[in-house]
Every structure is written in C-alpha cells, then in structure tokens.
Design a protein. Structure first.
Length: 305
C-alpha cells in the first residue's frame, strides 16, 4: 500500500536511525542551520527523506573525526562527496550500514545492490553478513519497535537480503562437493513462523562447508518432519524460534517433536532464536541443543564433525 511509505520523519526517528541524540540534533539545527524541518499545523517538526540522508552522512563524518563545526562549513553537495571519499579508505562497513538504511527508506534496490557489491570487492559473503547485515538487521529490530519503519520498509529490505543469500547458496552448491553426508541437516521453521533470514544463512554456511542439507523453509508442521525419518537415519533438525511457538505452547511443541522425530533415533534438534529464552532447560531432552545465535550453532556443528 502506498500509504505505508514513510516520507516524513520525527526528530526521534532521526535519533533512532543516526544514533545522534534528538537534543544534539536540535542544537545543531539551531546553531548551524544544518536542517530545515517542516512543521505541522500544531508546530511539530517533521523531516524529509533528504534530511534523513543528510543526518546519516553527518553521523558518519562525525564518527570519523570530523567536528560538527567543520561539517557545517561544507557546501551541501560537498558532504556526500566527502563521505564517499572517506568510505573508500576507512570504515567501509559502517558506511554500508547507513547506505542500507537509506536504500530501505527510499525503496532503492540499485543503492542496495551497489552497496553490497562494493563490499564484495574487499570482503567475503560471510564477512559481509556478520559485520554488516546482522548489525543492520539489529537496527531494523529497534526501528520496528520504535515505529520508525513500516511493514513496507521491512519487507522490501528483507527480500533483497534473501536474494543475496539465495544467490550465494546456489553458487556454493555449484562449487562444492558434499564432503560429509553421514549426517543430514534439515532446516525448517515451525508452524506460522516466517522469519527465515537466519535459517537461510545457516543453509548457505552448511552448503558452503560441504554438508548435506535439506532446506524446508517456513511454517513446517511436525508431521512433515516425521515423514523425513523414513528416509534418513541420522538427522540434525535445525530451527529458529523467533515469534513461534508462543511461550505457553513451546513445552508442548518440544514434547511432541521429541516423541515423533527424536525418541529412539540418532536424530537431534538444534535451536536458536528469541523464543528459545522461554524454554525450560532443566528437563530438556539431551538431544536438543540451544544456542543464542546461528553462529553458536555453526560452531557446535564444526566441533562435532
């Protein structure tokens, strides 16, 4: 819906996006005339997409040693030029996160692609994901909680990130021969869980390291997992519980899964995600491993091989 597209931002939005306190932005605005906010009928400030881009650039310069007084003396068109020059030499990944934010707010796939491709010149896909994409996704979580972004923004950028993971996974699959097929990794999300970026990246990492993995994706019922046990003898199921199962249902879910796909087998279940905090680990089946992150699970997989 076009109404979901956000083109006006509060001073709190600018604070959330740039990391610069609203009080500081007001001082800079008054002392250096860096921004020209619009005002509503009730005299409340709101800022344009252009102002958002400017504050992100100013934040980048300020974090790289430029005093605000010096930035204020730059011509309007000099600021993005200086940002580009600095980003070519230092802190390229920090600049990339700002550009990812800008591509999200302006729905600019070209900017996203050029930023990503520029990172690929110097870094591997894994390095980009851990040092740029994950911090960016963490920022998205905060922006969502504070109402700074809309569903349109989130869906747009998440789909672009998915595309990069899928392309990298396909490339890894073509370039790598399965080195270890004694254990099968089955990656899935439980019913009504749709947050799959972490799981997609996990699938990429497994594929890139030569493991045999089956990616099932979103919203998979336990009965479908049970079906796979007829085909493979040693399965490590991998999942990420972000919003599902709900806290009151998670114990019942794990009990059913243990009964149907783990009990009496060599199978295991590896879990990460926010919802795992709701799991009572005191009586947890020894076949279930919980880690706080995808990286934690990957580290455990590498140790076990």
């Amino acid at each position: 819906m076009i109404n979901d597209v956000k083109t006006k931002f509060s001073i709190k939005d600018l604070e959330n996006l740039s990391g610069i306190k609203a009080h500081t932005i007001r001082i800079w605005e008054k002392r250096y005339s860096l921004f020209q906010p619009n005002r509503s009928d009730t005299n409340i400030r709101n800022y344009s997409l252009t102002s958002l881009q400017k504050i992100l650039n100013i934040s980048f310069l300020n974090n790289n040693g430029y005093k605000i007084s010096k930035i204020a003396n730059l011509e309007e068109e000099e600021i993005p030029i200086l940002v580009r020059e600095i980003s070519e030499n230092i802190n390229k990944r920090t600049k990339a996160i700002n550009d990812f934010k800008m591509s999200m707010f302006s729905f600019d796939q070209t900017l996203f692609d050029s930023t990503f491709n520029n990172l690929m010149i110097d870094y591997s896909f894994q390095e980009i994901f851990y040092s740029s994409i994950i911090p960016f996704l963490n920022d998205i979580g905060l922006l969502w909680q504070t109402g700074t972004i809309t569903p349109a923004h989130e869906h747009f950028i998440v789909e672009l990130i998915k595309q990069k993971i899928l392309v990298s996974t396909e490339r890894a699959f073509s370039n790598n021969i399965v080195k270890n097929d004694s254990r099968t990794y089955v990656l899935y999300l439980p019913d009504n869980e749709i947050h799959e970026l972490g799981l997609l990246f996990m699938n990429y990492e497994l594929t890139n390291k030569g493991f045999y993995s089956i990616y099932l994706g979103q919203s998979i019922p336990i009965d479908s997992l049970e079906y796979l046990t007829d085909f493979y003898n040693d399965i490590t199921f991998v999942s990420c519980f972000t919003v599902k199962p709900e806290a009151e249902n998670i114990s019942d879910y794990l009990e059913e899964l243990t009964r149907k796909v783990l009990k009496g087998t060599n199978n295991k279940l590896y879990l990460s995600g926010r919802r795992t905090q709701d799991i009572d680990t005191k009586n947890l089946n020894e076949k279930i491993l919980i880690k706080g992150s995808i990286q934690g699970l990957l580290d455990n997989i590498e140790l076990k091989t």
